[in-house]
Design a protein around this ligand. Structure first.
Ligand code: CP
Length: 305
């Protein structure tokens, strides 16, 4: 692994290795602390958009591994926000830092940045992919329910970054994957092409009841991403009617099913308050595992773990 830009950058063996290292680092952290695997290393934490979990888990993770993590608001603090070409920012930061984490909008900007940086680049979320989140989801499922192979993972929501990454990640991990989304909010075409190679292990539907049937794990994410009161928000509320994870919908899943949500959550839209609260321990363990899995990615990229 040279960078972590999207889940399809990884092989099945690399996914397992990241999860194994994350489990080990989590156990070590709980027992008192991890070894200073990043001593003397520097990580740029570049954010062009807001973040609670990604920013803070990387900051804390780099500190726990003995490195230096520098947060920078790329929209308001860097010259990149005033038009400096991306490839110039990449070539500068690549000379100061050993690794760059970037949250931005377009995947192609991230890919261009990685081409010029000369150091490992990690995707902190783009419109196309959220690999760090999905690795934390897989870690949480394995921790709670055992081996991933054969388990049924169902995503209900917008076919954007989370769906794209869960489909690829779940299939690489040996899971059965169902994606439930309205016809006009489907996952990316290349992700569907990737998934169709897995034959009956992948299913795409716009029927939430059919999708969650016998699921071991049901995952959702915010689908009303538009500003409240706007035409787009109204349209999304119409298109996603029936896509809320409710107790009634989840009756079709396995009796001991898990529910995951990458957060932040909009209760009453993609998930009911009752479902959210009854699965809160799983959801907040998922958030905690961002820390451990990202430490694993950093340790593999920068310390040869
Ligand atoms: N799930 C997630 O990426 O959270 P943040 O937007 O708070 O980083």
């Amino acid at each position: 692994m040279k960078n972590l830009l999207k889940m399809s950058d990884l092989t099945p063996a690399e996914v397992v290795h990241i999860l194994d290292v994350a489990d080990q680092l989590k156990a070590e952290q709980k027992a008192g602390g991890t070894a200073p695997l990043l001593a003397g290393k520097t990580v740029a934490l570049m954010f062009s958009k807001s973040s609670t979990r990604t920013r803070t888990s990387f900051e804390v993770g780099v500190y726990q591994l003995g490195g230096l993590g520098n947060y920078m608001n790329a929209a308001t603090e860097l010259q990149a926000g005033r038009g400096e070409p991306l490839k110039d920012t990449a070539r500068v930061l690549g000379r100061y830092y050993d690794c760059v984490v970037w949250r931005t909008y377009r995947q192609r900007d991230l890919e261009e940045f990685a081409e010029y940086a000369g150091v490992p680049v990690i995707n902190g979320l783009t419109d196309y992919a959220h690999p760090c989140q999905v690795l934390a989801d897989l870690m949480t499922i394995r921790e709670r329910r055992g081996p991933l192979e054969g388990q049924k993972l169902c995503f209900v929501g917008d076919g954007s970054s989370m769906a794209n990454s869960l489909i690829v990640g779940g299939l690489l991990a040996g899971m059965q994957v169902t994606c439930v989304c309205p016809s006009s909010y489907r996952p990316a075409a290349d992700v569907l092409m990737f998934a169709h190679k897995y034959g009956s292990r992948f299913h795409l539907t716009n029927d939430p009841a059919e999708g969650v049937q016998d699921a071991d794990v049901v995952v959702t994410a915010v689908w009303n991403t538009a500003a409240p009161g706007t035409r787009e928000s109204e349209e999304r509320l119409r298109e996603f009617a029936g896509y809320q994870l409710t107790g009634s919908l989840l009756q079709g899943a396995k009796p001991d099913h898990m529910v995951l949500h990458c957060l932040p959550a909009r209760r009453g839209e993609e998930i009911s308050t009752a479902v959210f609260e009854s699965h809160a321990d799983e959801i907040f363990t998922e958030a905690e595992n961002r820390l451990h899995v990202q430490k694993a990615v950093l340790a593999i990229l920068l310390a040869g773990k």
